[in-house]
Design a protein around this ligand. Structure first.
Ligand SMILES: C[N+](C)(C)CCCC[C@H](N)C(=O)O
Ligand SMILES: O=C(O)CCC(=O)C(=O)O
Ligand SMILES: [Fe+2]
Length: 416
């Protein structure tokens, strides 16, 4: 313990001055330096150290830092937190930003803090570790298996079957697990109707109504001002890139096709983007930093729309660099005027590198969607496209709200 306080004193001399300035009350070290006590068998003198505004806990071979305001804010006592509703009772705005515990102890695997005024907060060390920045920054929010066509085919992922999918929760859980890992999942033997497709979709989540409708069923009739409503081939893309929040999931069911072509192309955008990150981190970084714009402008007799979404092509969580969303739609990408002139050339180079990865033939998974086979795809990760076609082809489906799909998955205990 003396060693610990030695370190404590040395590192805190300047801090002490600051603390005195912040709070007129803290005149001497003893009046604000707090009591430290260890009880219970696992605690040793190097279990934790007190720093200026945080406590450093040594746990499972790592140092975990916990800011004092954070600790007060995350108190799980009944007056601070309602564990029935999982909501905070405490008014964070009323916490003294210079708060320090008056007493700190580690007892039987728990950190026990006594705050000025007598309030006691208890946290299990495992809870603290689980919720620490140090742990989180090394772990992904959503584990995924990135794929090219061989990887996906060799994985032999079974499709769910309509009957069991609709009635058995375990089947739904397996389906969601596959969906989370691969970003695509199939249900087969679905009756070739809009109603059955709607039922399959609703088994997973809420349907997200958009300007295209709730359930849509479309053919090549140019009923909307968009190339999807034609017989043209469509290169790989994400949909609704022009939304502030692009639709999370897309569901497709081909109800009928008398003609040739029309196969569906699926590409794992994250596989391509991670290849880019490995080969050329600066290009990956640029695409994840520079915002660009997508627009949907429709001006027909029946439909008037102007939707805009501004965001980088690649989106990563800032704390762990995990990729969580890709927006890639060369049809709907609009005028680039958000990039300073000195960066435009580099942006096109980076975009080209990503495009090369996305276009590698080995990354393309081609499937013929025939009546009965419903595909769910993660529109934040998986790109889709189609071959041109002849004849009459009817595709129905819908978008799902991402939050509700992920919520269903988490309620099954899946990590998402
Ligand atoms: C036909 N369906 C409703 C599925 C999609 C229409 C959206 C097409 C648009 N270009 C986009 O990529 O967002
Ligand atoms: O026709 C298809 O297979 C897909 C068209 C498309 O990209 C879409 O509807 O979003
Ligand atoms: Fe599309």
């Amino acid at each position: 313990m003396p060693g610990m306080f030695g370190a404590f004193n040395r590192s805190l001399q300047p801090a002490l001055k600051r603390a005195r300035l912040l709070s007129g009350l803290r005149k001497t070290q003893t009046s604000w330096g707090h009591n430290v006590q260890f009880r219970g068998c696992s605690a040793t003198s190097d279990t934790f150290h007190s720093h200026e505004d945080s406590l450093v806990i040594h746990y499972g071979g790592t140092q975990l830092h916990f800011n004092y305001v954070w600790l007060r804010d995350h108190c799980r006592s009944a007056s601070s937190y309602n564990s029935d509703t999982n909501q905070r009772n405490l008014d964070t705005g009323s916490i003294d930003l210079t708060i320090r515990p008056e007493h700190t102890a580690v007892e039987d695997g728990h950190l026990v803090l006594t705050w000025p005024g007598g309030h006691v907060s208890t946290y299990s060390l495992s809870w603290l570790a689980e919720n620490s920045y140090e742990r989180k920054k090394h772990s992904v929010l959503q584990p995924r298996i990135l794929w090219n066509s061989d990887i996906y085919k060799n994985a032999n992922i079974p499709s769910a079957r309509w009957d069991t999918f609709m009635s058995c929760d375990d089947e739904l859980k397996k389906f969601l697990q596959n969906y989370l890992l691969y970003g695509i999942a199939f249900v087969e033997d679905v009756p070739a109707t809009v109603e059955a497709t709607e039922a399959v979709a609703q088994r997973v989540s809420l349907i997200r109504e958009t300007t295209y409708g709730r359930m849509w069923c479309f053919t090549s009739d140019f009923s909307r001002g968009d190339s999807a409503y034609s017989q043209l081939a469509l290169d790989r893309h994400t949909d609704t890139s022009y939304f502030q929040e692009p639709c999370g999931i897309q569901v497709f069911h081909c109800l009928k096709h008398d003609g040739t072509g029309g196969k569906t192309l699926l590409v794992d955008g994250f596989y391509a983007a991670e290849k880019l990150r490995q080969k050329s981190p600066e290009n990956f970084e640029l695409l994840s930093r520079v915002p660009i714009r997508h627009d949907y402008i429709e001006n027909t007799d029946k439909h008037q729309n102007h939707m805009t979404g501004i965001s980088p092509v690649l989106n990563v969580y800032p704390w762990n660099n995990e990729l969580y969303q890709i927006r890639y739609n060369n049809y709907d990408r609009s005028v680039i005027n958000t990039i300073p002139h000195g960066t435009v050339q580099r942006w096109y180079v980076a975009h080209r590198e990503l495009t090369k990865e996305l276009r590698r033939p080995e990354n393309e998974l081609w499937v013929k969607l025939s009546p009965g086979k419903v595909v769910f795809l993660d529109n934040w990760r998986i790109m889709h496209g189609r071959e041109s076609f002849t004849g009459s082809r009817q595709l129905c489906g819908c978008y799902l709200t991402r939050d509700d799909v992920l919520s269903t998955a988490r309620c099954f205990g899946l990590q998402a």
